[in-house]
Design a protein around this ligand. Structure first.
Ligand code: SF4
Length: 222
């Protein structure tokens, strides 16, 4: 039974994803070491850089988004503060509640290291455009499955965003609509981490998901 499973398509795909994750980890280490940071510290800076202007998350929100323990986050923040890359400021009247923001230096370091995964983008760019879009669709579906299983943190993806209107237009190239920027777009422009994301209420998320993913599932069955 185990041998059968090891030969399955799912097992081969999983092995391929593990190989990719090892390459990513290796590059992340190289980049972080070059900047005198650990990969976790680099991750914190990159995530803070993705926040919408004026949005100052709490350490708890950061820990949840990156699936890190509060102790790991607090250690990373202590070091980043000491390096002058992140600042904490008290939020409201509660002395134990803080909001986080990048300093000017932190923003520069985060921007300089933002391209560390470009080697992967270059590899994906070598695929035919239709394959790139198909891969993005698969990633959206995998990420959502892992989110529902509690295996990865919440991603700020179009498919669960309150501004997402799937198949709102008859144009097959740009069938969806983003109410935030009031523009039509196609699957190739689906965002996996959008600073303007707002979660849709649960019922609406399900309806939008059914409309978006259901369409591709039905197409695959025919
Ligand atoms: S606001 Fe961002 S996440 Fe939401 S639908 Fe528009 S592009 Fe997608």
């Amino acid at each position: 039974m185990a041998a059968q499973h090891a030969d399955s398509v799912a097992a081969q795909v999983a092995a391929g994803l593990v190989k990719l994750s090892l390459a990513l980890r290796h590059e992340a280490w190289k980049e972080a070491r070059g900047g005198g940071l650990t990969p976790t510290q680099g991750q914190v800076l990159s995530w803070l850089l993705l926040q919408a202007p004026g949005q100052c998350p709490t350490p708890g929100e950061l820990a949840k988004a990156l699936a890190l323990s509060p102790a790991t986050v607090s250690e990373a923040l202590r070091t980043l503060e000491a390096k002058g890359l992140v600042r904490r400021r008290q939020s409201g009247d509660d002395r134990r509640s803080f909001q986080l923001a990048l300093t000017g230096a932190g923003s520069r370091v985060a921007q300089a290291s933002a391209g560390w995964a470009d080697f992967l983008a270059v590899a994906v760019d070598s695929l035919p455009p239709a394959d790139q879009v198909a891969l993005l669709r698969v990633l959206v579906r995998l990420i959502r499955t892992l989110q529902l299983q509690g295996k990865i943190s919440v991603a700020r993806m179009c498919v669960s965003c309150t501004y997402f209107r799937p198949f709102a237009h008859p144009d097959p190239e740009r069938p969806h609509h983003c109410n935030y920027v009031d523009a039509a777009f196609g699957d190739g422009r689906l965002r996996l981490e959008c600073p303007d994301y707002e979660p849709a209420p649960d019922g609406r998320q399900e309806t939008a998901w059914e409309a978006w993913a259901g369409r591709w599932e039905r197409a695959a069955e025919t």
